[in-house]
Design a protein around this ligand. Structure first.
Ligand code: PGA
Length: 237
């Protein structure tokens, strides 16, 4: 059963997040969906949501601390208030726009691993690396595992080529298959694909060998579309 995840990024308010989660819950409850569904809202929208058992709410980011003086950040204490036990680490927007280094990311990973969090760990190459061919792509991707315990039991990976994120350009099925199988050869963990996944292509993508689900941004922000994405994959193995 594919794992289906929605990354809200900097979208939705507290009010619209609540409405979204209520609608999604209703759908999941009434259609007895067995997919593992994850939603990463903004941290200002966290609440003590009632969720059905297949739905988990996660954090898009948090600092590697319980609390303290880290202006603009939230830590474990703020996540625990809402019983959040899932976190996205290494997303390309944090690596490239917010300039998180591999060292910062590895520290964050270690901290939340120690807390037993489910970690969705993102990797992926920028366009200039893609243009250098498969060998370079894999070299780049495996460097994103420096300092990361790949044997952690509560780890999900997400391969998200940077050039495919939010651009409408999806990697070809052949590329996804090649890269996913190369990653899987070394790391035996669930591996999602992300980068312009949408209602129309999610089923095909989730059927590629070694793809265990999808991490979706833009196309998941309307709850009706996200529900359709789950519908389109619910019967897959
Ligand atoms: P996208 O984003 O679906 O808008 O390409 C994916 C992601 O960044 O997780």
């Amino acid at each position: 059963m594919p794992i289906i995840a929605s990354n809200f990024k900097t979208n939705h308010t507290r009010k619209t997040t609540k409405e979204y989660i209520e609608k999604l819950n209703n759908y999941l409850k009434n259609s007895s969906i067995k997919n593992e569904v994850l939603v990463f809202p903004t941290s200002t929208s966290f609440d003590s949501f009632y969720t059905v058992s297949s739905l988990e709410i996660g954090a898009q980011n948090a600092y590697c601390t319980n609390n303290g003086s880290f202006t603009g950040e939230i830590g474990l204490e703020q996540l625990e208030e809402f019983n959040i036990k899932t976190i996205l680490i290494g997303h390309s927007e944090r690596r490239h726009i917010l300039s998180e280094s591999q060292e910062d990311i590895a520290k964050k990973y270690e901290f939340y691993k120690q807390q037993g969090f489910k970690i969705v760990y993102c990797i992926g190459e920028p366009l200039e690396v893609k243009n250098q061919g498969l060998e370079k792509i894999l070299e780049y991707i495996f460097e994103q595992f420096i300092g990361i315990d790949i044997n952690y039991s509560n780890l999900i990976l997400a391969y998200e080529p940077v050039w495919a994120i939010g651009t409408g350009v999806t990697a070809t099925n052949e590329d996804i298959e090649k890269i996913h199988s190369a990653i899987k050869e070394k790391i035996s963990k669930p591996l999602l694909y992300g980068g312009s996944v949408k209602v129309e292509n999610v089923r095909d993508i989730c059927q590629i060998a070694n793809v265990d689900g999808a991490l979706i941004g833009t196309a998941s922000w309307k709850v009706e579309d996200f529900i359709q994405i789950i519908e389109n994959t619910k019967d897959l193995k």
